[in-house]
Design a protein around this ligand. Structure first.
Ligand SMILES: [Zn+2]
Length: 345
């Protein structure tokens, strides 16, 4: 089985394509033939060594998996998961019976296991990490549903609780979670403002449903002034921040009083600093958005089938071009997901 292995953190050139033995299948595991795997922000920060939780080397990365179940362990309890089932993945599997799982908070399950292995022809996953998809969804769309669109739904609908008539600022709107967040916030009846550094991305953001796109260079104060101007001086009700530390000041300055600030990603691993008085003067709510539940993945599947959500795909590359894929993803010049197609599907 061919896969792209990382033995130590480093630049995109650290990938080595290797032929390895098939992993053993546990009683509650499924083996999945990988059709597509998205190059996600988590892959980038894991490869760079910025994100170190649950990472041990050597590692085969890749969590945004779409593929076909080809083998099922004897204790897999879901009768709907059999050889031949087309699936997408959550970002983690959870146990299903701890206190957190039983109270709808499965993404923080104490026994959670990260999904990885999408940068290979096949991978072994806990059955709980896979979610069946209908035939109407093609492989390119499917790989985007769980850890990208599903996290966007978690951010917009379930954490920030965006409602009709509100104004939402999406930071990092050209990324996969950002694009989903723009589409879903618009679907909720909100007005969406996006900020980008690249004029070339403006059209795509408008297509996703942004009402206004602020193009900024490094002058973040000017960007804040533009957002304030677009909101008659009030600022935005909600910030969905998929970039993290380097955009925090812009996002918080643009937030209206009583606003909600949802942290979805951290691309640079840097600290932020803020005078606490600014938080309570603004009556701001700071919210952490984490991962995605099975119910949220199922909901984005339904929303996609209904035609209200679609993945923005930049390109599909073979496994041998994984270094190139990471170089392109890392320069943030792309508008849409880069997908790896490791196998025959
Ligand atoms: Zn649990």
């Amino acid at each position: 089985m061919r896969c792209a292995v990382v033995r130590r953190p480093g630049p995109p050139s650290v990938f080595e394509i290797e032929d390895v033995e098939l992993q053993p299948l546990g009683p509650r595991d499924v083996r999945v033939e990988v059709a597509r795997c998205g190059v996600s922000s988590r892959d980038l920060v894991e490869r760079q060594g910025i994100y170190q939780r649950d990472v041990t080397y050597p590692v085969v990365m890749g969590l945004e998996i779409a593929g076909t179940v080809i083998e099922v362990g004897p204790d897999v309890p879901d009768a709907g998961v059999v050889p031949g089932t087309r699936i997408c993945t959550k970002a983690f599997s959870s146990c299903g019976h701890c206190r957190l799982c039983r109270t709808g908070r499965e993404s923080t399950c104490f026994a959670r296991r990260p999904v990885r292995g999408g940068y290979g022809e096949s991978t072994v996953l806990d059955w709980d990490a896979v979610v069946p998809i209908p035939d109407a969804i093609d492989w390119d769309q499917a790989s985007w549903l769980g850890p990208a669109a599903g996290v966007g739904l978690n951010a917009v609908r379930d954490t920030a609780k965006v409602t009709s008539g509100e104004t939402v600022l999406v930071l990092g709107a050209s990324g996969a979670v950002g694009s989903a967040s723009v589409q879903l916030a618009r679907l909720s009846g909100a007005r969406v403002i996006s900020v980008t550094r690249h004029l070339a991305k403006r059209e795509a953001l408008l297509e996703d449903g942004a009402s206004d796109v602020v193009v900024t260079d490094d002058d973040l104060l000017a960007a804040v002034a533009s957002v304030r101007e677009l909101t008659d001086g009030y600022g935005v009700d909600v910030v969905i921040d998929t970039v993290g530390s380097r955009m925090f000041q812009l996002g918080f300055d643009a937030l209206a009083v009583h606003g909600r600030y949802a942290f979805v990603g951290e691309l640079h691993g840097e600290e932020i600093s803020i005078n606490p008085a600014r938080i309570f003067f603004k009556r701001a709510a700071l919210l952490g958005v984490g991962s995605v539940s099975r119910a949220q993945v199922e909901d984005v599947i339904d929303i996609t089938v209904a035609g209200h959500l679609r993945a923005r795909i930049d390109s599909v590359l073979p496994l041998e071009q994984i270094t190139r894929a990471h170089e392109r993803a890392e320069d943030y010049e792309t508008s849409g997901r880069i997908l790896i197609a490791p196998g025959r599907q």
